[in-house]
Design a protein around this ligand. Sequence first.
Ligand code: PBG
Ligand code: ZN
Length: 323
Amino acid sequence: MLFPDYRPRRLRASKGLRRMIRETQLSPDDLILPLFAVGGRSVKNPIDALPGQFQYSVDNLVTPAREAFAAGVPAVILFGIPERKDPLGTSAYAKDGIVQKAVAALKNKLPELVVITDVCLCQYTDHGHCGVVEGNRVQNDASLELLARTALSHAAAGADMVAPSDMMDGRVAEIRDMLDENGFSHTPIMAYSAKYCSAYYGPFREAADSAPKFGDRRTYQMDPANALEAVREVTLDIEEGADIVMVKPALAYLDIICRVRQEIDLPLAAYNVSGEYAMIKAAAKMGWLDETDVMLESLTAIKRAGADMILTYFATKAARAVA
Ligand code: PBG
Ligand code: ZN
């Protein structure tokens, strides 16, 4: 069928017709809100590079979680900012660590909220790397046990799901074994499988105080130029026992989301990262674009590319906008 018989504009003529032929529907169910937990009481520190986002003490954390849940967002993912850092990141797997306390508080007040925890060492190590450092090298195998202990301590504190973001080889299998051996075979793993070494994480590192003190993360996070490798990483994590796999960041990596979607049949998450949020916020503040419209267009694009769920600092706002 060709013009003038076929006229694509016919089905764009009214709001009702456009609703009927819309292929992608963003739903609050798709969204996961990242939250930052910090020590102290009554703390709500604004994060400069993430306008509208805060570091919350455990007593204050329930408020944004409740708002998200009330807006229809089913889940949050927790990041901790500990009081102490050391070479082995011991407060990451301390029983009374910041994330462990935050999980317990959230599950106590909001039992139906799905509480996911980010599992990594970089916020907890004094050198800021995601694994153990020996002689200026990030040691893969020595990091695995610490990551698995961290995941177990989160599950023991009540986490509904653990999400390793470190990019060490073999960590999903190690975490799966540790959970299974300790009575947490029911706890799912959301693996940051194709996590790129991205400059878009800049604002997050300020928010979580997790920038590496020397070097960079290129020896463990993926080279942004690689796509086939993303499929390989995702496949490995699935073989190791991941229940949900993730591509991160999202907007500069829509092709990766699309490729991975075609290769796998597991639920796929995408992380609309801090820099992606900050760019929209900054341009909107300047009056250069409409924040709500660009937010919804971006999140819809991530879903259209193939993501089943989206981690985004816009979660509460977006859920309200599409409700
Ligand atoms: C830590 C971690 C990072 C993010 C999530 N977990 C930063 C990093 O790898 O340096 C990035 C999130 C964001 O930018 O929003 N491993
Ligand atoms: Zn890390």
